[in-house]
Design a protein around this ligand. Structure first.
Ligand code: GLP
Length: 259
């Protein structure tokens, strides 16, 4: 794991955008996209680079992490709609190449298997963007998710439904079930970049980076990943015991070494 402690949210977003740009400029790229509020500044920065600096997504495809079960794609809070509104409609990414699990599929179990197959057929994800839930979930892999899980249906915790109620008119409206890439699926991405900002994420970040590898802290599965970049702001870094070491390592990062 490489831990990058950025001074603030915008600086964190700029680092993540740099990682995306590095991949996009190296050739055709399969992007792994996340929803939630954590990646929004990154998406805004990538849109800016597209408009002002010619960063192109024309050779890219994309796979979303997850989707609510039973929410129509036309619903403004379906992740199908959110990713288009917040990001992909504003860059030159072919809309037909922006994939997400069908939350309204008649057979959601078959849909999950088909989704994993589609990712594999696209050659796998080159760079996967992640946020983290306050309970340590990535995608919608809630605590005690199998560390080798594949895309499947999960039941949300009440904590996550409460956290996500701000996007709906009430907590009651937040679906109870979701389709999410599994921890094993996410772990197959060649480069994983997780962004976390704000004090509410500090405990989950510390458990992910410095806690034991444990299904109770799903993001700790990234400890097994050969190329994981964790980008946090100061507020999200406050519970890290080895923060000084991470700062030292970043300050002395060899000039030839990319993120
Ligand atoms: C959501 C998403 C995750 C996201 C997390 C944190 O429910 N399924 O992909 O990373 O919870 O959300 P936020 O970034 O809004 O704090």
């Amino acid at each position: 794991m490489e831990i990058v402690i950025a001074p603030d949210e915008q600086a964190a977003a700029n680092v993540v955008a740099d990682v995306f740009e590095q991949h996009l400029r190296s050739g055709p790229t399969v992007l792994g996209l996340a929803t939630g509020s954590s990646p929004l500044r990154t998406y805004a920065e990538l849109i800016r680079r597209h408009r002002e600096e010619g960063l192109s997504f024309a050779q890219a495809g994309a796979f979303l992490l997850d989707e609510y079960v039973g929410l129509p794609r036309s619903h403004p809070e379906s992740y199908f709609s959110v990713i288009r509104r917040e990001f992909t409609d504003h860059v030159d990414l072919d809309p037909d190449r922006v994939h997400s699990p069908h939350g309204e599929a008649e057979d959601v179990a078959a849909e999950a298997i088909a989704y994993d197959r589609a990712i594999a057929e696209a050659g796998g994800v080159d760079v996967q963007l992640l946020g983290i839930g306050t309970d340590g979930h990535i995608g919608f892999n809630e605590p005690i998710s199998s560390l080798t899980s594949r895309t499947r249906v999960k039941t949300l915790t009440e904590q996550t439904r409460k956290d996500n109620a701000r996007f709906f008119s009430s907590q009651e409206e937040v679906p109870r079930h979701v389709l999410t890439q599994g921890l094993g699926t996410i772990g197959e991405a060649r480069h994983v970049v997780l962004v976390a900002t704000g004090a509410a994420k500090a405990a989950a970040v510390a458990a992910m980076v410095e806690g034991p590898l444990a299904a109770l802290s799903p993001a700790s599965s990234l400890q097994l990943h050969p190329h994981a970049t964790i980008v946090v702001d100061e507020a999200a870094a406050t519970a890290l015991n080895l923060a000084d070491y991470y700062r030292f390592a970043l300050a002395h990062k060899p000039s030839w070494q990319q993120f």
